[in-house]
Design a protein around this ligand. Structure first.
Ligand code: GAR
Length: 180
């Protein structure tokens, strides 16, 4: 099978990175992970290193210079699809248009509800009884590109850590399926 070359961008714990890695071990998965980009030292960076992926830590740069370096790396690795997986930096419209329709993001809310940051806190304070997550194409506007996959589940407790753990279990199933 001719596989698409993937890049994961991450800034966090790396559970979605791990899920994409595990999915890619299946011969039926249509993508292979070529390079992991992190904008700060984080567990996802250590995970990518430990899995022996080409891994770049590019921190302390403004977005323009960050993107210049990243773009070169992506071209070098012949990347077809960028998967933002807990990547907490907003990409510029110029970068997004260079990679038009080739950047996916996973966002922890049922978009178009609760775009932006601190979605779990917003859900809990809103009293909403459902929460969920969305995989969408990245466009120039934050968290507003075409939705490709989504799930929702019942919020049964007000415990923030439990909510985050719970959402990630579903995200780790959803993201590889959407990439497929
Ligand atoms: C995920 O829950 C993802 O939806 C969220 O960050 C977490 C990363 O977890 N993304 C955003 O908040 C993007 N705005 P991970 O590092 O364990 O994959």
């Amino acid at each position: 099978m001719n596989k698409a070359n993937l890049s994961v961008f991450a800034s966090g714990k790396g559970s979605n990175l791990l899920a994409i890695h595990k999915a890619s071990l299946d011969s039926d998965f249509p993508g292979q992970l070529k390079i992991v980009i992190c904008n700060k030292f984080c567990p996802a960076f250590e995970l990518a290193k430990s899995l022996n992926y080409e891994t770049k830590l590019i921190s302390n740069l403004d977005i323009k210079n960050f993107e210049i370096i990243v773009h070169k790396e992506l071209i070098k690795q012949k990347v077809d699809l960028i998967c933002l997986a807990g990547f907490l930096r907003v990409l510029s419209p110029e970068f997004v248009s260079k990679w038009n329709n080739k950047i996916l993001n996973i966002h922890p809310s049922i978009l178009p509800l609760f775009p932006g940051l601190k979605t779990h806190e917003k859900i809990l304070s809103s009293g909403s009884k459902i929460h969920g997550s969305t995989v969408h194409i990245v466009n120039e506007k934050l968290d507003s590109g075409k939705i490709l996959g989504q799930f929702a589940f019942a919020v049964k407790s007000n415990n923030l850590d439990l909510l985050i753990d719970n959402i990630k279990k579903y995200e780790n199933l959803l993201y590889p399926e959407v990439i497929k």
